[in-house]
Design a protein around this ligand. Structure first.
Ligand code: PHE
Length: 497
């Protein structure tokens, strides 16, 4: 037997005593509030201990005109009475009525039913009727105040009286009421008999614990499986939760987080990364340009070295791109297209011999929004600098990162980026979709990227989209869903999927 709540016990006991009742009746008989009774009734019903029958009935009560008629008689009856008192002319009779319309109606009715005859201005009584069905109904109502319509319709006379009176405004008032009838089921009766009248502790308070009262009394068992309404507390957006998780992983791997501006001069977004000034990624249709230009974006020496590297390779051992590098291009402002602009700037500012840093942030690309593309999305980016670092370390690093996210099957494919050599694409196997998914791009920064800023040790670098990982985590196949702000998803998505 499931444990019963105090309210349930009270309602059961009350029903045992009074047999059947509605909510109000139970509330009165048990001294519980309507709300408490409603709650208990709902629980008891779910447990099969009580039966709740609801039905509808139509009740009839007297309206204002009906009350008047009960005292003074129906208008047609008053008319007949006046005739018997000796009044004759229409005017005399009319003077007995305060409402002319009422008089006319009474006159018409009496004439139609053959009770009177009208000759010129005079009214003659032809035949005085006995008790009218309407009068029967009024009489009944005067005795009981409220009548069940169904009951009235069983009796033909009362029924015709009812129909007549309902046609007259304000004589009767007709209301549809819902009634509830609550009774114990057999199970409920058995349960009620077992409920002891002994007092139980319903809510544990500090006093009960401190005073030791709890030793003497029974404490109500709690049904931990009872249905309860969901509570939607405030919570972080699932994308933010995922960002927090990625941050935790990198920090646990010894990385430090860095940040940088969303708006970057082309110099840091492209030029410092050895991306030629005529590279297609720099076109307006791929990149958002911002009005204005950067002024003090780098020191003169670094700019000179980058220019020379693009032109002819400077001292990097490269032949460069072989074109005349223009500073106006480098000064242009863009919404960063990748977070690699942040890691290269970190390298230039700190010229580290060793470092492990990462950044998570928004990037922007001038693309059409589709189920797999957004204009504004997040990237995860990082670099590791050290004297003996190799491509194998980079693959190991990324494998570890993916594994911590629960992605076990990882592969690396060769690819191309202007700023890394060798360059690789990491792909992971997505079980649910049964295919390999491209994640971070990676590689070792070229000397053309690191030497102009005085960084001599190898720099392992990687970066890639965050949203894809979130989609895999939550089994979502349209990236727009992540930012559609659908409350059901925001509230319902599991914290630990
Ligand atoms: N910036 C590249 C992208 O946006 C990823 C990348 C980062 C590649 C670092 C190599 C090194 O896809």
């Amino acid at each position: 037997m499931q444990p019963l709540h105090l309210l349930e016990k009270k309602v059961l006991k009350t029903l045992e005593k009074i047999g059947e009742a509605d909510i109000e009746g139970l509330s009165r008989a048990s001294n519980l509030t309507l709300d408490q009774v409603r709650r208990a009734v709902e629980w008891l019903q779910a447990k099969g201990l009580i039966k709740v029958n609801t039905s509808q009935k139509t009740t009839i009560t007297l309206g204002s005109k009906g009350l008047e008629a009960l005292k003074e008689g129906l208008p047609e009856r008053r008319l007949l009475r006046s005739l018997k008192e000796g009044l004759r002319t229409l005017n005399q009779l009319k003077s007995r009525f305060s409402d002319e319309q009422e008089f006319n109606a009474a006159l018409g009715r009496a004439k139609r039913r053959g009770w009177i005859k009208i000759v010129d201005d005079c009214v003659e009584l032809v035949n005085e009727p006995g008790r009218l069905p309407e009068e029967e109904v009024l009489e009944r109502l005067s005795q009981v105040n409220i009548l069940d319509e169904e009951e009235l319709t069983k009796d033909t006379i009362l029924y015709s009286g009812l129909k007549e009176l309902l046609n007259r405004p304000d004589y009767l008032s007709r209301r549809v009421v819902k009634t509830t009838q609550i009774t114990l089921t057999d199970l409920g009766r058995a349960a009620s008999e077992k409920v002891s009248e002994e007092e139980e502790i319903d809510t544990l308070t500090p006093e009960i614990i401190v005073s030791g009262i709890w030793r003497q009394k029974r404490i109500r068992a709690i049904d931990v499986e009872a249905p309860a309404p969901p509570i939607y507390a405030g919570r972080k957006h699932p994308v933010q939760l995922f960002i927090d998780e990625v941050r935790e992983i990198f920090v646990s791997m010894g990385f430090e987080e860095i940040e940088g501006p969303l708006i970057q001069p082309c110099f840091w977004n492209f030029d410092a990364l050895f991306t030629p000034q005529d590279h297609p990624a720099r076109e307006m249709q791929d990149t958002f340009y911002i009005k204005g230009e950067a002024l003090n974006y780098a020191d003169a020496e670094s700019i000179k070295r980058v220019a020379a590297t693009h032109r002819s390779g400077w001292k990097t051992g490269s032949r460069g791109w072989g074109y005349e590098w223009r500073e106006e291009e480098a000064r242009k402002l863009v919404l960063r297209t990748h977070t690699t602009s942040i890691t290269i700037r970190y390298l230039a500012d700190h010229r580290p011999k060793e470092a492990r840093v990462f950044t998570i942030g928004r990037v922007f690309r001038n693309e059409k929004v589709t189920f797999k593309n957004l204009v504004e999305f997040h990237q995860i980016e990082g670099i590791a600098v050290g004297p003996r670092l190799t491509l194998r370390d980079l693959m190991g690093l990324l494998s570890t990162f993916y594994k911590r996210l629960g992605l076990e099957k990882v592969r690396f494919w060769p690819t191309y980026f202007p700023y890394t050599e060798p360059s690789m694409q990491s792909v992971v196997y997505y079980d649910r979709a049964g295919k390999w998914i491209e994640l971070c791009g990676m590689g070792i920064f070229r000397p053309e990227v690191t030497l102009p800023f005085g960084v001599k040790n190898p720099v392992l670098a990687w970066g890639g989209g965050l949203e894809r990982l979130v989609m895999m985590r939550y089994n979502i196949d349209d990236v727009r869903e992540l930012y559609a702000n659908r409350l059901s998803w925001l509230r319902g998505s599991p914290i630990c999927p």
